[in-house]
Design a protein around this ligand. Sequence first.
Ligand SMILES: [Zn+2]
Length: 385
Amino acid sequence: MTSVFDDLVGQEHIIDNLRSAVAASRKSPQTQEMTHAWLFTGPPGSGRSSAALAFAQALICPENGCGTCSDCNATRTSAHPDVEVIRTEGLSIKVEEIRELLTRVAWAPSLGGWRVVVMEDADRLTEPAANALLKAIEEPGTRTVWLLCAPTLHDVLTTIRSRCRHLQLHTPSTEAVTQVLMNRDKISPDMAQFVANVSQGHIGRARYLATNENARSNRKVIMQIPVQLGSLASALQAAQTLVDIATEEAKTTSESRDEAEIEKLQEAYGKGATGRGMASGGSKAVKELEKEQKSRATRMVRDSIDGALLDLTTFYRDVMMAQAGNIQSLINTDLHDVITTFAANSPADSSVQKISAIMNARVSLAQNAAPLATCEALMCHLARR
Ligand SMILES: [Zn+2]
């Protein structure tokens, strides 16, 4: 029989824990065997939120997560009355959002089982928000199970993480990702191998690259940046290119979604065909939604720049490999010639410094630094020999 846990690539080490928790959850709530708060950590792309969502399905589904029944489907598409998936579009989760959430989940689960809350970015909780959440997690006898996700344990406040059962996800191997892309997504072996390699175990990114030609050509442009950096002008140009590509990517993914959301909201407020006659509060709600969409777009641009910067680190990592004579372990196999030439012409320690400059820029971006200025400073650094 199929199980939602089959989809968790490279996470065999946690699946037994999840299965026994599901078994415990079937017993009477008075036995107190069920852990009510879980924390999934793992590097980007390891599938933290997919693991949490699979666990949610297994808790809700009468067949322990068959993946095909109506409960499993509704859970996956965020349409199940007893499952809340909190995806943050902004840079932080504020205390007001947590209070609203707590009001929503205060009711007993509609179907008599468990209520499950999946919080994809527990690392974005502000301190007051985390404290509000803490009270809910500690409440005795609750029928709510909290599944929090964060990159590492250190990204979550101590008070929260000390009350959660922790599961650490691993980055799946390139082979595992290649197999999944071939078997499940029917991607050709060559393409699967290539995208698995350049995505470094990030299965979502690998799948996106394999199925999206535009993304592949954007990646090509980004990977040309190191060889084009010769002058201040070229560095500034490269920074602009990076930001433009990220903005474009964010725009194509969000545009249709934004419009649909606004339309739905206007309908809810009774907007007629003429665009007039919305019930009171309607235009205020639309304005608020537009504000939310704007902050989501900002975050998507940042995430996209971050992905491009990660790609760039693999370039310099490959240069170091080439300089060490380890040419068979290149990540960017498509850039073999470019990398060997670059390696022959650059000082031995410069790649390490460049990788650390990129990492610093990623930290600044995550802390809300202005994207273009951050990229400009970085590119000027990378342009030095
Ligand atoms: Zn099911």
